[in-house]
Design a protein around this ligand. Structure first.
Ligand code: C5P
Length: 220
């Protein structure tokens, strides 16, 4: 019996892949995996437990202790709603340090694959196509220029009433890009066979439509 289909959407931070991936999932009635949220949860838990972010083996031991549930756009960790807490810039940066440890990545593999259920899955992250779902029916590398991504992040934060400086955001995301692209374990790469979607000049609707069209062609 063949496994449920997967659409893998990878890309750098603030590329809009989360928004596009969840809308594609909604349109197709598929499940959705936000793999970055899992690294953010490990980052948050490590901060709460006072575990040094340089200690890969200790961080990986946290993973089996995490009771995670994704419900109605809410993320619950060990009974607490952490939906907002994991979205801060500092947890994003901490997540990128935590995610560089091969032990942490390995500890999260089975959990990520468990999201592959009928009728299908849209998975977003950095290594969905290269490592977690190499047999994905469609692989998309969604990106935008650093300036466009910083501006999107800026607008999101301002809309939420959170003050931010465009220049700081640009620096943070360049640091995160460098760490995600240069690490030894599962670096951010354009996977073989992936289609590149440059979204700097596309609306969300246009990006979603492109992915849906590619999916229709892939299954035809
Ligand atoms: O996508 P998001 O910004 O939420 O991810 C937070 C961090 O988690 C990224 O900067 C990256 O270092 C890490 N990550 C990863 N592999 C994934 C998803 C996220 O290394 N599949």
């Amino acid at each position: 019996m063949s496994l449920p289909p997967v659409i893998a959407i990878d890309g750098p931070t603030a590329s809009g892949k989360g928004t596009v991936a969840s809308l594609v999932a909604q349109k197709l009635g598929f499940h959705y995996l936000d793999s970055g949220a899992l690294y953010r949860l490990v980052a948050l838990a490590s901060e709460k437990e006072g575990i040094d972010t340089q200690k890969g083996p200790e961080l990986s031991l946290l993973v089996p202790k995490l009771l995670i549930s994704f419900k109605n756009n809410q993320i619950i960790l060990n009974g607490s709603d952490v939906t907002e807490a994991i979205r801060t810039e500092s947890i994003g940066l901490r997540a990128s340090v935590v995610a560089a440890h091969p032990e942490v990545r390995l500890a999260l593999v089975d959990l990520q694959r468990s999201f592959r259920q009928l009728p299908g899955l849209v998975a977003d992250g950095r290594d969905m196509a290269s490592v977690i779902f190499p047999d994905a029916i469609l692989k998309v590398f969604l990106t935008a220029t650093a300036a466009a991504r910083a501006e999107r992040r800026y607008k999101q934060l301002i809309a939420k009433g959170i003050s931010a400086k465009l220049e700081d955001l640009l620096q943070d995301l360049q640091a995160r890009d460098a760490r995600d692209s240069n690490r030894g374990a599962a670096p951010l790469v354009i996977a073989e066979g992936a289609k590149v979607l440059e979204t700097s000049d596309l609306s969300i609707d246009q990006a979603v439509k492109t992915v849906l069209d590619w999916y229709q062609s892939a299954i035809a």
